[in-house]
Design a protein around this ligand. Structure first.
Ligand code: RFL
Ligand code: PHB
Length: 390
């Protein structure tokens, strides 16, 4: 098989890239290890930056998001049973959209079906070859080896994919910070306990009240890395969540059976460079942020913005400047999101060796933020998403 751009992975990065390229007349083949049903059953992020919203619209997949998504103008920070609102819209003129990653992925699949895009599921043993000349991808499907010849490869295959390790060790630098805790997340068909998200610093550990719709809630609590999902009954989860949220919300919190429950470890990770020859990395394949800043999915989308613009300029005008600058341009924005996600994580979580001094410093920073327009503007502009550079 031959195509212009071979895309490894049908997560949000791979599907959005394929959609934008196909609409610009560039051919793609997407190779995905899992089944479509499996990809669509993953519960992950929930908050879109406004830049992501506009990019999805540009890709022709904005209709259901605009009809069913929930624009949010702010969010709440809580500590010590107090709570204040960061008015994102007032400070930035922009807002967020609450619309689940699962829905984004479903919309992208449907749009790709309409275009007649090629997405091959269930591929095994994907290997990348000849990255410096005429690239090829080989894979196995139903026990047979297949090959795709292409001009470029987009590595959109997440943190555990094959693309990043295809960049030779002596060229690749990896930066990593692993946090000593994880998030236990629960999805439930219950109305959210508040109109906007609440991020809570608590002496027992961080908690987050989020949502997917007026009838579906998503909650998280910080747990030790040693905890197992099986050891958390729904009742134990709700009890612990209520202890950590401000009393006003804990009192009115409506509980119900969990429809998904999982633990995700928290890490920060960056791979440099994000390009090697004709291979370009996008999204989780190149970087991971702890979810405290709601940046993972949004960073995947800004990578796709830069890479799709670079590829389109290359094919349309023969101008490869944007493409050559991809890694540097994307990394500038990624490091800012890495910093913001790290600072939100550090501000809001309980660390194993945390002293009363450390706790006072966190609470004092929260108090300062509550009282300072400058501090709120800084959090707001990072949370809503820094502008794309070009
Ligand atoms: P994805 O979504 O991981 O998609 C990668 C796709 O590549 C496939 N794949 C392969 N295909 C072929 N051959 C191989 N060798 C392959 N190896 C992997 C995978 O099956 C998959 O379909 O990466 P992408 O597209 O870059 O999208 C990134 C986002 O998914 C990610 O940043 C966020 O979901 C991160 N994240 C969260 N972000 C938030 O902002 N808020 C959250 O609440 C949040 N929760 C999460 C998360 C990530 C999680 N992971 C990765 C464990 C919860 C979890 C559990
Ligand atoms: C979510 O709704 O899953 C969510 C929202 C905000 C975050 C992380 C996760 O910061």
């Amino acid at each position: 098989m031959k195509t212009q751009v071979a895309i490894i992975g049908a997560g949000p990065s791979g599907l959005l890239l394929s959609q934008l390229l196909n609409r610009a007349g560039i051919s793609t083949i997407v190779l995905e290890r899992q089944s479509r049903e499996y990809v669509l059953s993953r519960i992950r992020a929930g908050v879109l930056e406004w830049g992501s919203v506009e990019l999805l619209r540009k890709a022709g997949v904005g209709a259901r998001m605009d009809a069913e998504g929930h624009p949010h103008d702010g969010f709440h920070l809580a500590y010590n049973n107090q709570e204040f609102r960061v008015d994102v819209h007032k400070h930035t003129g922009k807002r967020m959209m609450v619309y689940g990653q699962t829905e984004v992925t479903r919309d992208l699949y449907e749009a790709q079906d309409e275009i007649g895009a090629t997405i091959i599921h269930g591929v095994e043993n994907v290997k990348l070859h000849d990255l410096q000349s005429t690239p090829r991808v080989t894979y196995e499907l139903d026990g047979k080896t297949q090959e795709v010849q292409c001009d470029f490869i987009a590595g959109c295959d997440g943190f555990h994919g094959v693309s990043r390790p295809s960049i030779p060790d002596d060229i690749r630098t990896e930066y990593e910070k692993v946090y000593p805790f994880g998030w236990l997340g629960v999805l439930s068909d219950t109305p959210p306990c508040a109109d906007e998200l609440i991020y809570a610093n608590h002496r027992r550990g961080f908690a987050l009240a989020s949502m997917r719709s007026a009838t579906r809630s998503r909650y998280y609590i910080q747990v030790p890395l040693t905890d197992k999902v099986e050891n958390w009954s729904d009742d134990a989860f709700w009890d612990e969540l209520k202890r950590r949220l401000p009393a006003e919300h804990a009192k009115t919190l409506i509980t119900g059976p969990s429809i998904e429950k999982s633990i995700a470890p928290l890490r920060s990770f960056v791979c440099e460079p994000m390009q090697h020859g004709k291979l370009f990395l996008c999204g989780d394949a190149a970087h991971i942020v702890p979810p405290t800043g709601a940046k993972g999915l949004n960073l995947a989308m800004s990578d796709v913005y830069y890479l799709s613009n670079g590829l389109i300029a290359h094919y349309d005008d023969g101008n490869s400047n944007l493409l050559s600058a991809y890694s540097e341009t994307a990394l500038d924005r990624i490091w800012k999101a890495i910093r913001f996600s790290w600072s939100m994580t550090t501000l809001l979580h309980r660390f194993p060796d945390q002293t009363d001094f450390d706790q006072h410093v966190q609470e004092s920073e929260l108090l300062y933020t509550a009282q300072s327009k400058a501090a709120q503007t800084s959090i707001a502009e990072n949370y809503v998403g820094l502008p794309y550079s070009r």
